[in-house]
Design a protein around this ligand. Structure first.
Ligand SMILES: Cc1ncc(COP(=O)(O)O)c(C=O)c1O
Length: 332
């Protein structure tokens, strides 16, 4: 293998030498500094993976990202993740400095050099280094980072027992301000909602929009079953169009004969559900069995949805696991 198989980026300017990913240095790093990370045209050990402090991704959360799963060496729903990344970049007027084919090559190289077959990919395109001002025109070249690492899932027993979540008092950022369909590096709204979960000993929150309709979790989409029918909010409620969400709606639910309804609903409707679950690339499909409410200090209401993971969620999750452990794992 040689560096020539690595997509050059505009950072690979003539006269500047970058680390050879398969150099003695990188090989030495294999022993202690895993994973090897792609940063702006080179693959370097984790401890050397750095960006400029003038990068607007760092200064302003100006950029986009993806979280992707690798199962059995395949990049699950690769096409959907690439589609979303390009769509989101365009929405924030960010030009991705390498082609889609080159990006896919970067992902595969990172999987390969790290010897992973099951992993999580964090792909970032930042506005790049500029000045201290906001003006994105002062950032001539966007930055690309690809991290392939192990995935830390929720505890295994949580998938059977189900998860307790809390309703966030902080509403979702309205689409007119910053469309939640854009998977931007600016996740403060989600992080502060997640802090509400942490404050009350939960892993996740249910976020409502400013009109009181249910949107999603801080890092997952939400579904509920009522009378055997699957429901989920539409993306214009203010949520990320999750790749796992679409996979559930377009592939899993039809395969199992479940009808899917996309509609706006409020908390009371959610609380009357038979079963609730969350979806995401990291979490996959995880049941929610209790939804609590709080007043900023203490839990004021406890709502039990089901005792453990419900039977329909179990069937969906089993189908999901069958596909991601099967052959071939779908890349689209
Ligand atoms: C806010 C939010 N919603 C939903 C999701 C689930 O999306 P996906 O299934 O593409 O991982 C994520 C995951 O990144 C997220 O951050």
């Amino acid at each position: 293998m040689s560096t020539t198989s690595l997509p050059p980026t505009p950072h690979s300017t003539p006269g500047v030498t970058f680390a050879d990913p398969w150099s003695a240095q990188a090989k030495r790093a294999d022993q202690g500094e895993r994973p090897l990370i792609y940063v702006n045209g080179k693959i370097v050990p984790k401890g050397q993976a750095m960006v400029s402090v003038y990068d607007h991704g760092l200064l302003y959360g100006d950029g986009v990202f993806e979280g992707i799963r690798v199962y059995r060496g395949n990049i699950f729903l690769l096409k959907q993740h690439m589609d979303r990344m390009w769509r989101c970049a365009e929405a924030i007027r960010l030009t991705i400095p390498i082609s889609r084919d080159e990006m896919v090559k970067v992902l595969r190289e990172c999987i390969q050099v790290n010897g992973k077959s099951d992993a999580y990919i964090r792909l970032i395109v930042s506005r790049g280094a500029g000045t201290l001002g906001l003006d994105p025109r002062r950032c001539p070249v966007a930055g690309v980072i690809c991290i392939v690492d192990d995935i830390s899932l929720f505890p295994a027993e949580m998938y059977e027992k189900g998860m307790r979540v809390v309703v966030a008092n902080r509403p979702k950022t309205p689409a007119a301000c910053l469309d939640p369909r854009i998977k931007s590096l600016n996740y403060l709204n989600n992080i502060l909602a997640k802090c509400e979960a942490i404050d009350h000993g939960c892993h996740e929150v249910v976020m409502l929009n400013t009109d009181g309709f249910v949107t999603e979790g801080s890092g997952d989409n939400i579904f509920y079953f009522k009378g055997g029918v699957l429901h989920t909010p539409p993306s214009d409620a203010g949520l990320l169009e999750g790749c796992t969400r679409a996979f559930v709606m377009q592939r899993l639910a039809p395969a199992l004969g479940f009808k899917v309804v996309e509609k706006n609903f409020r908390l009371d409707e959610l609380l009357a559900a038979d079963e609730i679950f969350l979806t995401g690339s990291a979490a996959e499909i995880i049941s929610v069995t209790q939804i609590d409410q709080h007043d900023g200090k203490v839990i004021t209401k406890t709502n039990v949805i089901s005792k453990g993971e419900g039977p329909l969620t179990k069937r969906l999750r089993a189908k999901f696991r069958e596909i991601v452990t099967g052959d071939p794992v779908p890349e689209e």
